[in-house]
Design a protein around this ligand. Structure first.
Ligand code: PMV
Length: 320
């Protein structure tokens, strides 16, 4: 079979529980209205991956550039399964800022898995897309919890626990979130390792913090279900304190967090791995612009995001 398919998948913000989720605690995560798009063409001549946003191309020869390695792995896996060596071309475009903790690499991997399996004649099954994307994520991150590929696959808001799965959280209000980007970032793997070192060095001190991180997520999910944004905001603030305690915040992140709170945010915290990257501020709609301006005045780049209820989806399929 030859043909082409275009698939997309959303980025995400972690509302609560990053890092704690790596060690078995639950995390609350929300898909956002920024998407990665991947187009796959089967039956073309040779193999090619293009990512114009990143200024990267691999034309089938030599080493694949590192950021494109997860896509190459997915190509190899899906070609193995379809027992053929048909040519494949893949093109990636995305509106999700990269290396910011907004789930860009996972969204690309999820959209790539969905787009690649379609023209190869495979059936698109969500759980398989997630497993494939998680395998691809392992090339990029040390010990990923799976939270990023999971939310890109299923969309909406979910409470996720590694090894156990997820429950969808029916939010009774759509929260308005302002993301503040610091402009710099340490790799997720390095931050996960840093937390692991502290955990091993001070097990008695760290265990209650991790436990609190898990409990906080359960309460935050309840608050969102009930539409109690004040309670959710307070829990985000507590979560930021815990993330400071385990050493993943930075002066710049703290500055943006306090600026957002000062401008009327209901709560604010760093989101994702930390060491730079992004913070989020939960706001009432009326306060959102004021909070965004406060973040910009403090040197961050502000971006308003809304929940995206949809996970991975096929945008277009053409069979030749
Ligand atoms: O890569 P990020 O910034 O989205 O961080 C992912 C969240 C961590 O909990 C730090 C790592 C993980 O695999 O869950």
């Amino acid at each position: 079979m030859t043909g082409r398919a275009l698939a997309s998948a959303p980025g995400k913000v972690i509302l609560t529980g990053e890092h704690f989720v790596v060690h078995g605690e639950p995390s609350l995560v929300m898909a956002v209205d920024l998407r990665a798009y991947v187009e796959a063409r089967a039956g073309a001549e040779g193999f090619r991956i293009e990512a114009p946003n990143l200024g990267l191309t691999w034309s089938g020869e030599g080493d694949v550039p590192r950021p494109l390695a997860p896509i190459k792995l997915l190509m190899d896996r899906l070609l193995e399964e379809s027992r053929s060596r048909r040519g494949l071309w893949v093109r990636v475009t995305s509106s999700i800022p990269t290396s910011a903790g907004l789930g860009s690499s996972a969204a690309v991997a999820v959209a790539a898995a969905a787009s690649l399996c379609t023209p190869l004649g495979e059936v698109f099954i969500e759980v398989e897309i997630f497993e494939l994307a998680l395998e691809a994520e392992r090339l990029v991150h040390v010990n990923p919890s799976g939270v990023d590929p999971l939310i890109s696959t299923v969309g909406g808001v979910v409470a996720y626990r590694r090894g156990e799965g997820y429950v969808a959280v029916e939010a009774s209000v759509k929260p308005t979130i302002i993301v503040g980007y610091t402009g710099s970032r340490r790799p997720t793997g390095a931050m996960v390792k840093r937390v692991e070192r502290l955990r091993r060095k001070y097990p008695e001190v760290m265990a209650p913090l991790f436990h609190a991180g898990g409990h906080l997520t359960i309460e935050a999910a309840e608050a969102l279900r009930e539409g109690d944004l004040e309670r959710l905001g307070e829990l985000l603030n507590v979560n930021h304190g815990l993330l400071c305690a385990i050493g993943v915040s930075t002066r710049k992140l703290d500055k943006l967090v306090y600026a957002a709170r000062g401008a009327g945010a209901l709560g604010a915290k760093l989101t994702g791995a930390g060491g730079g990257g992004c913070m989020i501020a939960l706001c009432r709609e009326a306060e959102a612009d004021k909070v965004a301006r406060a973040i910009e005045r403090s040197g961050g780049r502000a971006l308003k995001v809304r929940m995206d209820g949809e996970g991975v989806r096929l945008e277009e399929v053409r069979r030749a």
